[in-house]
Design a protein around this ligand. Sequence first.
Ligand code: A3P
Length: 289
Amino acid sequence: SNSLHRDQLLFSYKGILYPRILYSPEVFKALESFEARRDDVILAGYPKSGTNWLSQILNDLIAISQKKTPGSESSVNAEEQEEFPYLEIGDSEKYERMSKLPSPRFMVTNLCPEKLPKSLFQNNAKILLLIRNPKDVATSYYHFSNGVATVPSYETWDDFFTDFMAKKTAWGCYLEYLSEWNKYADKENIMTITYEEVKENPALSVKNIATFFGIPLTEEQLQLVVERSSFQSMKKNSDKTHGSFGNVLFRKGGVSDWKNHFTEDQSKKMDKAFEEHIAGTKLGKKLKY
Ligand code: A3P
C-alpha cells in the first residue's frame, strides 16, 4: 500500500492513525465531555481482538439482566440500538443523546485509555478489557484490511506486516495499545480477558464476565449465551446481525492462524517487540503468547 492511498483513507490524531470514514477530530474532542456511569457496560479491545464476539455476549447478558430472552426481538432496546455501540463513532451531539439513555448503557471502544474521557476512570465504570495474541490480531487485521473499504488494502502479507510493525496502520501499534492499557490493569473496575481463554472455556468465561458485571445467571441462561456466541452460530446468523460485513468479519475464529502467515523472521521481530513493550507486565503475562 502506498502512502498516497494511506493519506486518503487515514488521518493522524495525537500520534495515531484512524480511518477518516469512521472518525473525526471533532468527535474525538466531543468525546471528552462524555460522562460515564458506574453501571455502564464497556468493552475495550483493539480491532480484530474479538470485539464483535464479546459484544454479543455482553448484549445477551444485559438482556438477561432485564429479564428478556437473548436473541429475541424484545431483547433489543430500540433507543439504544439507534446509537452505534462504538463510543468514538458518530457525531458530536452523540454524547448529549447518550446522556439521556437509560442504564445500563452498552458501548465498545477501540481507543487507548489516554484517548478516552477521564470520567470513564473517575466514575469507576466497569470495563471488560479484551486482549488477543498480537500475532493473531495482525493476521486477522491483514484479511480484514482486504475485505473492507475503511482502511488501506494490501497486496501481500509482507507489506502489511511491515506497515503494522511500523505503526503505519490504523489504530496504531497493538503492543503500545497493550502497554497503555496495562497501566490500568490493576484497577478493580477493569476485568481483563483473553480471546484464547474465551475460546478454550466459553462457559467459565461467560460466568466470570456475568459475575464481574453483577448479573445473576441460571445454568440454562448460561448455556444459551454460550451456544449463541459460538463461532458457528454467529457466522450463521451474521447476515442478520452484520449484513454483508459478516463474511469478512467471521473469518476463521480460531487460535494460531498466524502460523500460516508469519515467516520465521517476522515471528522473531514480533517476539522482540513483545519483549520490549509488554512481556514482563501484567497484561503481557496474561496473554497466551
Ligand atoms: P479471525 O480473523 O482470526 O477469524 P473483531 O470483532 O474485534 O473485529 O475481531 C474479529 C475476529 O474475531 C476474527 O478473527 C473473527 O473470526 C473472530 N470472531 C468473531 N466471532 C467469533 C466467535 N464467536 N468465536 C471466535 N472468534 C470469533
